[in-house]
Each structure stands twice: as structure tokens, then as C-alpha cells.
Design a binder for this molecule. Sequence first.
Ligand code: 2F8
Length: 310
Amino acid sequence: MEERENSGVTFDGSYKRMIYQDDFSEDDQTLSSYPEKQQVSMLMVRPESSLNHHQRLTAGLAVLAVVLLAVDVGLGVYYNKLTDGQMVTDISSEVAKLQASYDTIIQSRDEAKKQLAKEISEQQMTKWEIAHQSTRTEYYEKMDDQIHIDISALRSHIPMLKEGCRHCLPGWTFMNSVCYYFAFSEDILPRSWDDAREFCKIQGGDLAVINSRENHLAITRLISGYKDPQSTGSTDFWIGLTDTEQEGTWKWLDGTRLTEGYWIDGEPNNQGNEDCVATFPKSNPFQAWNDAPCSYHLKWICQRPPRSTN
Ligand code: 2F8
């Protein structure tokens, strides 16, 4: 048998040839026949078994290292995820808060807008009111002046008023030294301008000639409170003014030409064929007249001179 030689160290530190058990086949002599080799065999670890052990240990350590590395990596990933998740949660919560604040601000802004629009509208209303109030004030100032004039005129007529009953027919009104008839009664049906005139003539008068501001205001004051019971609004009253002779040339029934007209805005407009005039006073007594078709049936105002008391 071939003897393999290996370097080895004995416990006593001397180098001896190392003999492995495998070096002996069954055919070989037993170890007992080699006392020297037997001694070595007892003291030395078999190389293959030692290698397996180391390999297993190394492999185990490697596996352990891999496991530890995996655990480490896993923990890292988990930590990152945990951190990221927390951040996402924090950001989501922050976004939710910001959204809530934004919604509140938008709501406040919309409310402020509405409030602003309301206040602008109120301001415009106030401006409008102020403008109209100024116009009204001007108008009332004029009216006040006129009232003072009227009062003076009326005072001058007091003596005649006291004598009114003596000067006018029953049902007629004595104003500014003139007797007037107003067809207020519901029993009196509206008439055309010509028929109304006929009524006045029978009574010794004619349709009213209102050619002074003083008389116009007195008549307006009297009829402006009158409302036609058959209709919801006021009614028109024929007066003695016409342009039948020549279109656009307005004449009173006493033959005098119109000098001061108290027309409604936009009148006279001869809409269709309108040659007769009706008074229809509303808020402004100086905008009271309208030209209307003479055939229209309206109420009317007559006038006649007072009866002589002599
Ligand atoms: O709008 C003004 C207009 O109103 C009426 O016609 C719709 C009057 N007609 C009568 O009173 C009959 C018009 O005279 C007047 O111009």
C-alpha cells in the first residue's frame, strides 16, 4: 500500500507523518497493527469531517448573515414605510385642515360678496332716494310758494265765498269768483265733449275755461281726490279747450288762445285724432292735461258767472 505523507503536529510539538484511516483498506492491516498510526488517528480529526463541520458552520453563519441582512433590510423598509406612512398621514391631515380653512375662507368671501352687493344696492337706493327727495323738496318749495299765493287769493275771495250760495246754482261750487259744476255724481253718465258742453249750456254756462294758474290749481285741488267708482283709477274731466278749428292751435271756448298749458309729459300728441282736452291731475298739478278724441265719454267741468246779487 502506498503511504501518503502529510505534515502534522503532535501534542509534543514534533512533526510526524499523518496517516488517515481511509488510507487503510479492508485488505490492509488494521490500525492495531500500526500503533503509531493508531495513536495519530485517535488524536487527529478526520479531514473530511472537519471540513463538513466548517462548511456547515460557514454556511450556517452565511445563512444567519443573510437572514440578519434580510431582517435588517426588512426592518429598514418597514421603518421607511412607517415613516412615509406617518408623513402621508400628517400631510393628509394638514391638507384636510387647509381644505377646511380654504372652504371657510371661500364661504366668508361669498358671504362678504353678498353683503357688499346688498350694501351697494342699498346705497344706490339711498342715492336714488336722496335724488328724488331733492326733487320733491324743490317741488314742495315751489308748492309752498304757490300755496302762499293761493292763500292770499282765497283770502281776497272770502267776502264772495260768504255770498257763494247767493251767487251759484244748487250743486255748483263758487271758486275764485266763478261758479263751477263738477259731474262727480255716479248718477251722471260720462258724455262726449259736445254732449258735455250741451249740458253746461243748458245750465247757462259752458265747459270750463281754466286760463289762470289760480283757477287751475283750485280746480285741480278739488278733483284730484275724486276717483271714478266704476274704475280703479282717477278719471278725466272735459274742459273747454280744443284745436278743432286748426290742428295744434289750442283755443278756449271764450275764443282766447292757450298761453300756459298744464300738459302731461308727452301730450298733446294727437294720437289718432285728438282735438279735445281733458284734465286728469295726478301728483303734479302742472302736468294734468291730455288731448283725447272728442267722441270719448268722460266726466266734465262746467263754469258760469256768478248770479248778480244786485
Ligand atoms: O299714453 C298716452 C296716451 O294714452 C291714451 O292712449 C292710450 C290716451 N287716450 C285717451 O285718453 C282716450 C292718449 O290720449 C294718450 O296720448
